[in-house]
Design a binder for this molecule. Structure first.
Ligand SMILES: Cc1cc2nc3c(=O)[nH]c(=O)nc-3n(C[C@H](O)[C@H](O)[C@H](O)COP(=O)(O)OP(=O)(O)OC[C@H]3O[C@@H](n4cnc5c(N)ncnc54)[C@H](O)[C@@H]3O)c2cc1C
Length: 429
Protein backbone atom coordinates (compact mmCIF):
# COMPACT_ATOMS: atom_id res chain seq x y z
CA UNK A 1 0.00 0.00 0.00
CA UNK A 2 1.61 3.21 -1.06
CA UNK A 3 0.87 6.91 -1.03
CA UNK A 4 1.17 8.78 -4.32
CA UNK A 5 2.70 12.23 -4.33
CA UNK A 6 1.97 14.24 -7.44
CA UNK A 7 4.84 16.64 -8.20
CA UNK A 8 8.45 16.48 -7.06
CA UNK A 9 9.21 20.07 -6.08
CA UNK A 10 10.29 20.96 -2.57
CA UNK A 11 6.82 20.34 -1.11
CA UNK A 12 6.41 16.91 -2.71
CA UNK A 13 9.91 15.84 -1.72
CA UNK A 14 9.35 17.01 1.87
CA UNK A 15 6.14 14.98 2.18
CA UNK A 16 7.81 11.88 0.77
CA UNK A 17 10.97 12.26 2.85
CA UNK A 18 8.99 12.47 6.10
CA UNK A 19 6.13 10.04 5.49
CA UNK A 20 7.90 6.97 6.85
CA UNK A 21 5.54 4.91 4.72
CA UNK A 22 5.95 3.43 1.24
CA UNK A 23 5.34 6.19 -1.27
CA UNK A 24 6.12 7.29 -4.78
CA UNK A 25 6.67 10.78 -6.16
CA UNK A 26 5.47 11.32 -9.73
CA UNK A 27 7.31 14.20 -11.40
CA UNK A 28 6.86 15.39 -14.98
CA UNK A 29 10.37 16.72 -15.46
CA UNK A 30 13.51 14.61 -15.77
CA UNK A 31 14.81 16.17 -12.54
CA UNK A 32 13.03 16.73 -9.22
CA UNK A 33 13.23 20.12 -7.47
CA UNK A 34 10.48 22.07 -9.27
CA UNK A 35 10.97 25.82 -9.02
CA UNK A 36 14.26 25.34 -7.15
CA UNK A 37 16.03 24.90 -10.45
CA UNK A 38 19.68 25.75 -10.98
CA UNK A 39 21.45 25.93 -14.33
CA UNK A 40 25.14 24.99 -14.28
CA UNK A 41 26.67 25.84 -17.61
CA UNK A 42 29.92 27.27 -19.01
CA UNK A 43 31.26 27.74 -15.48
CA UNK A 44 28.20 29.75 -14.37
CA UNK A 45 25.74 28.57 -11.70
CA UNK A 46 22.46 30.46 -11.53
CA UNK A 47 18.94 29.93 -10.22
CA UNK A 48 16.61 29.78 -13.17
CA UNK A 49 13.45 30.29 -11.10
CA UNK A 50 14.80 33.63 -9.87
CA UNK A 51 17.38 34.11 -7.12
CA UNK A 52 16.52 31.94 -4.10
CA UNK A 53 17.87 32.75 -0.66
CA UNK A 54 17.21 30.72 2.47
CA UNK A 55 15.61 32.69 5.28
CA UNK A 56 12.74 32.15 7.67
CA UNK A 57 10.94 33.67 10.61
CA UNK A 58 10.75 30.08 11.86
CA UNK A 59 14.15 29.30 13.42
CA UNK A 60 13.43 25.58 13.39
CA UNK A 61 12.79 25.53 9.64
CA UNK A 62 15.85 27.64 8.95
CA UNK A 63 17.95 25.19 10.95
CA UNK A 64 16.33 22.31 9.04
CA UNK A 65 17.19 23.85 5.65
CA UNK A 66 20.74 24.70 6.68
CA UNK A 67 21.12 21.19 8.15
CA UNK A 68 20.03 19.62 4.87
CA UNK A 69 22.97 21.27 3.13
CA UNK A 70 25.54 20.03 5.67
CA UNK A 71 28.85 21.80 5.01
CA UNK A 72 27.69 23.08 1.60
CA UNK A 73 26.27 26.32 2.96
CA UNK A 74 27.34 29.92 3.42
CA UNK A 75 25.80 32.93 5.16
CA UNK A 76 25.34 36.20 3.32
CA UNK A 77 24.06 39.70 3.92
CA UNK A 78 21.51 41.37 1.68
CA UNK A 79 22.85 44.21 -0.43
CA UNK A 80 19.76 45.09 -2.47
CA UNK A 81 19.20 48.38 -4.25
CA UNK A 82 16.39 50.13 -6.08
CA UNK A 83 17.24 51.84 -9.35
CA UNK A 84 15.48 55.20 -9.11
CA UNK A 85 16.19 58.15 -11.42
CA UNK A 86 19.59 56.64 -12.29
CA UNK A 87 20.61 56.20 -8.63
CA UNK A 88 21.11 52.99 -6.68
CA UNK A 89 18.91 53.58 -3.63
CA UNK A 90 19.17 51.39 -0.56
CA UNK A 91 16.45 48.72 -0.19
CA UNK A 92 13.76 48.82 1.10
CA UNK A 93 13.04 52.25 -0.37
CA UNK A 94 11.76 53.73 2.91
CA UNK A 95 15.12 52.89 4.48
CA UNK A 96 16.97 54.44 1.54
CA UNK A 97 15.50 57.94 1.54
CA UNK A 98 18.91 59.41 2.31
CA UNK A 99 20.04 58.31 -1.17
CA UNK A 100 17.38 60.42 -2.94
CA UNK A 101 17.79 64.00 -4.06
CA UNK A 102 16.45 66.53 -1.52
CA UNK A 103 13.14 67.23 -3.28
CA UNK A 104 12.22 63.50 -3.51
CA UNK A 105 13.41 62.96 0.04
CA UNK A 106 11.19 65.79 1.27
CA UNK A 107 8.12 64.55 -0.62
CA UNK A 108 8.52 61.00 0.72
CA UNK A 109 9.07 62.11 4.31
CA UNK A 110 6.46 64.87 4.37
CA UNK A 111 3.65 62.70 3.01
CA UNK A 112 4.66 59.82 5.24
CA UNK A 113 4.24 62.12 8.25
CA UNK A 114 1.27 64.15 7.00
CA UNK A 115 -1.08 61.54 5.66
CA UNK A 116 -4.87 61.58 5.92
CA UNK A 117 -5.53 58.77 3.42
CA UNK A 118 -8.71 56.94 4.55
CA UNK A 119 -8.67 53.36 5.89
CA UNK A 120 -7.89 51.06 2.96
CA UNK A 121 -10.12 48.56 1.18
CA UNK A 122 -7.54 47.34 -1.34
CA UNK A 123 -3.77 47.19 -1.85
CA UNK A 124 -3.52 50.53 -3.65
CA UNK A 125 -5.37 52.34 -0.87
CA UNK A 126 -3.25 50.50 1.68
CA UNK A 127 -0.07 51.83 0.07
CA UNK A 128 -1.32 55.43 0.23
CA UNK A 129 -2.64 54.93 3.77
CA UNK A 130 0.55 53.30 5.06
CA UNK A 131 3.32 55.13 3.19
CA UNK A 132 1.78 58.39 1.90
CA UNK A 133 1.85 59.82 -1.60
CA UNK A 134 5.62 60.23 -2.06
CA UNK A 135 6.82 56.71 -1.28
CA UNK A 136 3.77 55.22 -2.98
CA UNK A 137 3.94 57.10 -6.28
CA UNK A 138 7.71 57.17 -6.67
CA UNK A 139 8.38 53.49 -6.03
CA UNK A 140 5.82 51.23 -4.39
CA UNK A 141 2.98 51.62 -6.87
CA UNK A 142 4.99 51.46 -10.13
CA UNK A 143 7.09 48.54 -8.87
CA UNK A 144 4.15 46.53 -7.62
CA UNK A 145 2.05 47.10 -10.73
CA UNK A 146 5.04 46.08 -12.84
CA UNK A 147 5.62 42.78 -11.03
CA UNK A 148 1.96 41.88 -10.46
CA UNK A 149 0.75 42.83 -13.95
CA UNK A 150 -2.57 44.05 -12.51
CA UNK A 151 -3.68 47.40 -11.16
CA UNK A 152 -2.98 47.69 -7.44
CA UNK A 153 -6.65 48.34 -6.62
CA UNK A 154 -7.41 44.82 -7.89
CA UNK A 155 -5.11 43.27 -5.28
CA UNK A 156 -6.83 42.32 -2.05
CA UNK A 157 -5.79 43.57 1.36
CA UNK A 158 -5.07 40.05 2.59
CA UNK A 159 -1.96 40.09 0.38
CA UNK A 160 -0.24 42.60 2.66
CA UNK A 161 -1.29 41.12 6.00
CA UNK A 162 1.89 40.16 7.80
CA UNK A 163 3.88 40.39 4.56
CA UNK A 164 4.77 44.01 3.86
CA UNK A 165 5.97 45.45 7.17
CA UNK A 166 5.12 49.03 8.09
CA UNK A 167 8.41 50.72 8.88
CA UNK A 168 8.77 52.38 12.31
CA UNK A 169 8.37 56.16 12.02
CA UNK A 170 11.78 56.74 13.59
CA UNK A 171 13.44 54.60 10.89
CA UNK A 172 11.90 56.61 8.06
CA UNK A 173 12.95 59.91 9.65
CA UNK A 174 16.44 58.57 10.32
CA UNK A 175 16.74 57.32 6.73
CA UNK A 176 15.65 60.70 5.36
CA UNK A 177 18.31 62.56 7.35
CA UNK A 178 21.00 60.04 6.42
CA UNK A 179 21.20 57.78 9.50
CA UNK A 180 21.58 54.11 8.38
CA UNK A 181 18.64 51.81 9.23
CA UNK A 182 17.58 48.38 8.01
CA UNK A 183 14.11 47.18 6.98
CA UNK A 184 12.73 43.67 6.33
CA UNK A 185 15.25 42.48 8.89
CA UNK A 186 13.99 38.86 8.80
CA UNK A 187 15.80 38.47 5.47
CA UNK A 188 18.72 40.85 6.02
CA UNK A 189 20.95 37.82 6.53
CA UNK A 190 20.44 34.68 4.52
CA UNK A 191 21.93 31.28 3.81
CA UNK A 192 22.74 29.95 0.38
CA UNK A 193 24.48 26.82 -0.93
CA UNK A 194 28.22 27.23 -1.27
CA UNK A 195 28.13 25.25 -4.51
CA UNK A 196 25.40 24.01 -6.83
CA UNK A 197 22.88 26.84 -6.42
CA UNK A 198 19.49 26.47 -4.76
CA UNK A 199 18.82 23.14 -6.45
CA UNK A 200 21.21 21.71 -3.85
CA UNK A 201 18.34 21.99 -1.37
CA UNK A 202 15.86 19.62 -3.08
CA UNK A 203 18.82 17.47 -4.15
CA UNK A 204 19.68 17.00 -0.47
CA UNK A 205 16.16 15.65 0.16
CA UNK A 206 16.18 13.16 -2.71
CA UNK A 207 18.13 10.38 -0.90
CA UNK A 208 15.47 10.44 1.83
CA UNK A 209 12.65 9.82 -0.64
CA UNK A 210 11.69 6.13 -1.11
CA UNK A 211 10.94 6.38 -4.85
CA UNK A 212 10.74 9.10 -7.50
CA UNK A 213 9.43 8.47 -10.99
CA UNK A 214 10.60 11.28 -13.26
CA UNK A 215 9.25 11.98 -16.72
CA UNK A 216 5.76 11.08 -15.45
CA UNK A 217 3.24 13.78 -16.35
CA UNK A 218 0.03 13.23 -14.42
CA UNK A 219 -2.74 13.42 -17.02
CA UNK A 220 -5.60 11.52 -15.42
CA UNK A 221 -6.62 10.74 -11.85
CA UNK A 222 -9.66 8.61 -11.05
CA UNK A 223 -11.18 6.82 -8.11
CA UNK A 224 -11.50 3.02 -8.34
CA UNK A 225 -13.28 1.66 -5.28
CA UNK A 226 -11.03 2.66 -2.36
CA UNK A 227 -7.97 3.38 -4.52
CA UNK A 228 -6.66 6.23 -6.65
CA UNK A 229 -5.51 5.41 -10.16
CA UNK A 230 -3.07 7.89 -11.66
CA UNK A 231 -2.06 7.77 -15.31
CA UNK A 232 0.31 9.60 -17.62
CA UNK A 233 -1.49 8.25 -20.67
CA UNK A 234 0.78 5.20 -20.94
CA UNK A 235 1.46 3.98 -17.42
CA UNK A 236 -0.89 3.59 -14.47
CA UNK A 237 -0.13 3.73 -10.76
CA UNK A 238 -2.49 2.78 -7.96
CA UNK A 239 -2.36 4.45 -4.54
CA UNK A 240 -4.09 4.27 -1.24
CA UNK A 241 -3.73 8.00 -0.55
CA UNK A 242 -2.85 10.99 -2.72
CA UNK A 243 -0.98 14.20 -2.01
CA UNK A 244 -1.04 16.80 -4.78
CA UNK A 245 1.73 19.37 -5.05
CA UNK A 246 1.12 20.11 -8.75
CA UNK A 247 -0.58 23.39 -9.75
CA UNK A 248 -4.20 23.58 -8.62
CA UNK A 249 -5.49 24.35 -12.13
CA UNK A 250 -3.62 21.33 -13.54
CA UNK A 251 -5.11 19.18 -10.77
CA UNK A 252 -8.62 20.41 -11.60
CA UNK A 253 -8.01 19.41 -15.23
CA UNK A 254 -6.79 15.88 -14.54
CA UNK A 255 -9.04 14.66 -11.71
CA UNK A 256 -12.28 12.98 -12.72
CA UNK A 257 -15.58 14.51 -11.67
CA UNK A 258 -14.54 18.01 -10.57
CA UNK A 259 -17.86 19.91 -10.26
CA UNK A 260 -18.52 22.96 -12.44
CA UNK A 261 -18.43 25.42 -9.51
CA UNK A 262 -14.98 24.17 -8.46
CA UNK A 263 -13.74 24.41 -12.05
CA UNK A 264 -15.07 27.96 -12.22
CA UNK A 265 -13.32 28.89 -8.95
CA UNK A 266 -10.03 27.49 -10.24
CA UNK A 267 -10.43 29.16 -13.63
CA UNK A 268 -10.83 32.53 -11.88
CA UNK A 269 -7.46 32.21 -10.13
CA UNK A 270 -4.71 34.37 -11.59
CA UNK A 271 -0.98 33.89 -11.62
CA UNK A 272 2.01 35.34 -13.40
CA UNK A 273 4.58 33.37 -15.31
CA UNK A 274 8.25 34.21 -15.06
CA UNK A 275 11.06 34.52 -17.56
CA UNK A 276 14.65 34.66 -16.41
CA UNK A 277 17.39 35.92 -18.71
CA UNK A 278 20.95 35.20 -17.58
CA UNK A 279 23.82 37.14 -19.11
CA UNK A 280 27.48 36.32 -18.55
CA UNK A 281 29.99 39.10 -19.06
CA UNK A 282 33.76 39.08 -19.60
CA UNK A 283 35.52 40.87 -16.75
CA UNK A 284 34.49 41.40 -13.16
CA UNK A 285 32.85 44.75 -13.63
CA UNK A 286 29.29 44.09 -12.44
CA UNK A 287 28.38 45.43 -9.00
CA UNK A 288 28.43 43.22 -5.90
CA UNK A 289 24.79 43.91 -5.05
CA UNK A 290 22.55 40.93 -4.36
CA UNK A 291 19.66 42.37 -6.39
CA UNK A 292 18.41 45.60 -7.93
CA UNK A 293 14.68 46.42 -8.15
CA UNK A 294 13.69 48.40 -11.24
CA UNK A 295 10.31 50.19 -11.06
CA UNK A 296 10.77 51.98 -14.43
CA UNK A 297 7.95 50.64 -16.67
CA UNK A 298 10.04 51.27 -19.82
CA UNK A 299 12.46 48.52 -18.76
CA UNK A 300 11.00 45.02 -19.17
CA UNK A 301 12.73 43.39 -16.19
CA UNK A 302 11.53 44.28 -12.69
CA UNK A 303 14.54 42.83 -10.86
CA UNK A 304 18.10 41.89 -11.68
CA UNK A 305 20.36 39.85 -9.44
CA UNK A 306 24.00 38.88 -9.34
CA UNK A 307 24.75 35.18 -8.66
CA UNK A 308 28.32 35.95 -7.51
CA UNK A 309 26.86 37.87 -4.54
CA UNK A 310 25.20 34.66 -3.30
CA UNK A 311 28.28 32.48 -3.71
CA UNK A 312 31.58 33.33 -5.39
CA UNK A 313 31.59 29.78 -6.82
CA UNK A 314 28.60 30.72 -8.99
CA UNK A 315 30.74 32.65 -11.45
CA UNK A 316 34.09 31.72 -12.99
CA UNK A 317 37.13 33.88 -12.31
CA UNK A 318 37.44 36.82 -14.66
CA UNK A 319 33.74 36.86 -15.54
CA UNK A 320 30.54 38.16 -14.01
CA UNK A 321 26.83 37.47 -14.38
CA UNK A 322 23.49 39.22 -14.08
CA UNK A 323 20.08 37.50 -14.10
CA UNK A 324 17.00 39.50 -15.13
CA UNK A 325 13.50 38.46 -14.05
CA UNK A 326 10.42 39.35 -16.07
CA UNK A 327 6.85 38.58 -15.00
CA UNK A 328 4.62 37.87 -17.95
CA UNK A 329 1.49 36.06 -19.11
CA UNK A 330 0.83 34.00 -22.19
CA UNK A 331 -0.64 36.36 -24.77
CA UNK A 332 0.99 39.56 -23.50
CA UNK A 333 3.66 39.57 -26.20
CA UNK A 334 6.58 39.12 -23.82
CA UNK A 335 5.94 35.41 -23.22
CA UNK A 336 5.82 34.95 -27.00
CA UNK A 337 9.17 36.69 -27.66
CA UNK A 338 11.95 34.48 -29.02
CA UNK A 339 14.83 33.83 -26.63
CA UNK A 340 17.24 35.84 -28.79
CA UNK A 341 14.87 38.82 -28.75
CA UNK A 342 14.60 38.64 -24.94
CA UNK A 343 18.37 38.51 -24.57
CA UNK A 344 18.70 41.49 -26.90
CA UNK A 345 15.99 43.43 -25.06
CA UNK A 346 17.49 42.84 -21.60
CA UNK A 347 21.07 43.46 -22.74
CA UNK A 348 20.04 46.72 -24.45
CA UNK A 349 18.27 47.94 -21.28
CA UNK A 350 21.18 47.01 -19.04
CA UNK A 351 23.60 48.73 -21.37
CA UNK A 352 21.39 51.83 -21.40
CA UNK A 353 21.50 52.05 -17.59
CA UNK A 354 25.28 51.71 -17.74
CA UNK A 355 25.46 48.29 -16.12
CA UNK A 356 27.21 46.31 -18.86
CA UNK A 357 28.62 46.52 -22.37
CA UNK A 358 27.02 44.22 -24.89
CA UNK A 359 30.36 43.71 -26.61
CA UNK A 360 31.50 41.92 -23.41
CA UNK A 361 28.68 39.31 -23.35
CA UNK A 362 30.01 35.74 -23.23
CA UNK A 363 26.94 33.74 -22.14
CA UNK A 364 23.19 34.08 -22.49
CA UNK A 365 20.35 31.76 -21.56
CA UNK A 366 16.58 32.20 -21.18
CA UNK A 367 14.39 30.01 -18.93
CA UNK A 368 10.59 30.19 -18.74
CA UNK A 369 8.52 29.10 -15.71
CA UNK A 370 4.78 28.88 -16.27
CA UNK A 371 4.01 29.31 -12.57
CA UNK A 372 5.76 32.26 -10.91
CA UNK A 373 3.56 34.38 -8.66
CA UNK A 374 0.02 33.79 -7.47
CA UNK A 375 -1.99 37.04 -7.79
CA UNK A 376 -4.14 37.62 -4.71
CA UNK A 377 -6.98 39.56 -6.32
CA UNK A 378 -10.28 40.28 -4.61
CA UNK A 379 -11.86 36.90 -5.45
CA UNK A 380 -8.74 34.93 -4.61
CA UNK A 381 -9.39 33.82 -1.05
CA UNK A 382 -12.88 32.50 -1.70
CA UNK A 383 -11.88 30.72 -4.93
CA UNK A 384 -8.91 28.95 -3.34
CA UNK A 385 -10.97 27.96 -0.28
CA UNK A 386 -13.73 26.53 -2.48
CA UNK A 387 -11.31 24.45 -4.58
CA UNK A 388 -9.26 23.25 -1.61
CA UNK A 389 -12.36 22.20 0.31
CA UNK A 390 -13.56 20.03 -2.58
CA UNK A 391 -10.25 18.27 -3.22
CA UNK A 392 -9.65 17.66 0.45
CA UNK A 393 -13.19 16.27 0.85
CA UNK A 394 -12.29 13.73 -1.86
CA UNK A 395 -9.26 12.74 0.20
CA UNK A 396 -6.63 14.51 -1.93
CA UNK A 397 -4.25 16.42 0.34
CA UNK A 398 -2.98 19.68 -1.19
CA UNK A 399 0.48 20.87 -0.27
CA UNK A 400 2.87 23.58 -1.45
CA UNK A 401 2.97 26.85 -3.31
CA UNK A 402 1.33 25.90 -6.57
CA UNK A 403 -1.11 23.29 -5.21
CA UNK A 404 -2.37 25.46 -2.35
CA UNK A 405 -2.04 28.46 -4.66
CA UNK A 406 -0.46 30.55 -1.98
CA UNK A 407 2.51 32.93 -1.94
CA UNK A 408 4.70 30.80 0.32
CA UNK A 409 8.45 30.42 0.34
CA UNK A 410 10.68 27.37 0.60
CA UNK A 411 10.59 27.34 4.41
CA UNK A 412 6.78 27.16 4.52
CA UNK A 413 6.65 24.57 1.72
CA UNK A 414 8.99 22.37 3.73
CA UNK A 415 7.15 23.02 6.99
CA UNK A 416 3.79 22.14 5.43
CA UNK A 417 5.28 19.11 3.67
CA UNK A 418 6.56 17.77 6.99
CA UNK A 419 3.26 18.54 8.75
CA UNK A 420 1.17 16.86 6.02
CA UNK A 421 3.47 13.81 6.19
CA UNK A 422 3.01 13.54 9.96
CA UNK A 423 -0.76 13.81 9.65
CA UNK A 424 -0.91 11.25 6.84
CA UNK A 425 1.38 8.85 8.69
CA UNK A 426 -1.19 8.62 11.48
CA UNK A 427 -3.99 7.92 9.00
CA UNK A 428 -1.97 5.25 7.21
CA UNK A 429 -0.74 3.55 10.39
C1 LIG B 1 10.84 34.48 -8.59
C2 LIG B 1 10.77 33.65 -7.34
C3 LIG B 1 11.73 33.82 -6.37
C4 LIG B 1 11.65 33.09 -5.19
N1 LIG B 1 12.61 33.31 -4.23
C5 LIG B 1 12.54 32.63 -3.08
C6 LIG B 1 13.53 32.87 -2.07
O1 LIG B 1 14.41 33.70 -2.22
N2 LIG B 1 13.43 32.14 -0.91
C7 LIG B 1 12.43 31.22 -0.71
O2 LIG B 1 12.40 30.61 0.37
N3 LIG B 1 11.50 30.96 -1.66
C8 LIG B 1 11.53 31.64 -2.84
N4 LIG B 1 10.58 31.40 -3.82
C9 LIG B 1 9.53 30.40 -3.55
C10 LIG B 1 9.93 28.93 -3.83
O3 LIG B 1 10.41 28.81 -5.15
C11 LIG B 1 8.70 28.04 -3.66
O4 LIG B 1 8.11 28.27 -2.41
C12 LIG B 1 8.97 26.54 -3.77
O5 LIG B 1 9.98 26.23 -4.70
C13 LIG B 1 7.67 25.86 -4.19
O6 LIG B 1 7.80 24.45 -4.14
P1 LIG B 1 6.54 23.52 -4.52
O7 LIG B 1 6.98 22.13 -4.41
O8 LIG B 1 5.34 23.95 -3.74
O9 LIG B 1 6.19 23.89 -6.05
P2 LIG B 1 7.04 23.58 -7.36
O10 LIG B 1 8.46 23.77 -7.11
O11 LIG B 1 6.39 24.37 -8.45
O12 LIG B 1 6.79 22.02 -7.61
C14 LIG B 1 5.70 21.52 -8.32
C15 LIG B 1 6.20 20.30 -9.09
O13 LIG B 1 5.11 19.68 -9.78
C16 LIG B 1 5.56 19.27 -11.06
N5 LIG B 1 4.38 19.11 -11.91
C17 LIG B 1 3.57 20.06 -12.40
N6 LIG B 1 2.59 19.51 -13.14
C18 LIG B 1 2.79 18.17 -13.11
C19 LIG B 1 2.09 17.05 -13.66
N7 LIG B 1 0.97 17.19 -14.40
N8 LIG B 1 2.57 15.81 -13.42
C20 LIG B 1 3.69 15.63 -12.66
N9 LIG B 1 4.39 16.64 -12.12
C21 LIG B 1 3.93 17.91 -12.33
C22 LIG B 1 6.50 20.39 -11.48
O14 LIG B 1 7.36 19.99 -12.52
C23 LIG B 1 7.22 20.69 -10.16
O15 LIG B 1 8.37 19.90 -10.02
C24 LIG B 1 10.62 32.13 -5.00
C25 LIG B 1 9.66 31.94 -5.99
C26 LIG B 1 9.71 32.70 -7.14
C27 LIG B 1 8.66 32.51 -8.21
Amino acid sequence: MTAGILGGGLAGLAVAAHLEHPCEVLEQEERPGGHCLTVVEDGFTWDAGGPHIMFSRNEEMLAYMVGLLGPNVRRGRRANKILFKGRYVKYPFENGLGDLDPEDRFECLYHYLVNDAPPPTNFKEWLYHTFGTGLTEKYLLPYNEKIWKVRAEQIALDWVEGRVPKPPLADVVKAAVGVQTEGYTHQLHFHYPERGGIESLPTALVPRVPRIVTGFTVRHVRRQRDRWVVSDGHRERTFERLVATIPLDVLADVVDGVPAEVRAAVAALRYNSLITVALGVEGEELPDYTAVYIPDPRIRTHRISFPAAFSPHNVPRGRSMVVAEITTNAGDGTWEMADAALVDDVATSLEAIGLLRRSRLCYARVVRSAYGYVVQDSGYRLNVARAKAWFEAQGIVLCGRVAEFEYINMDVCLERGIARAQQLRKELA
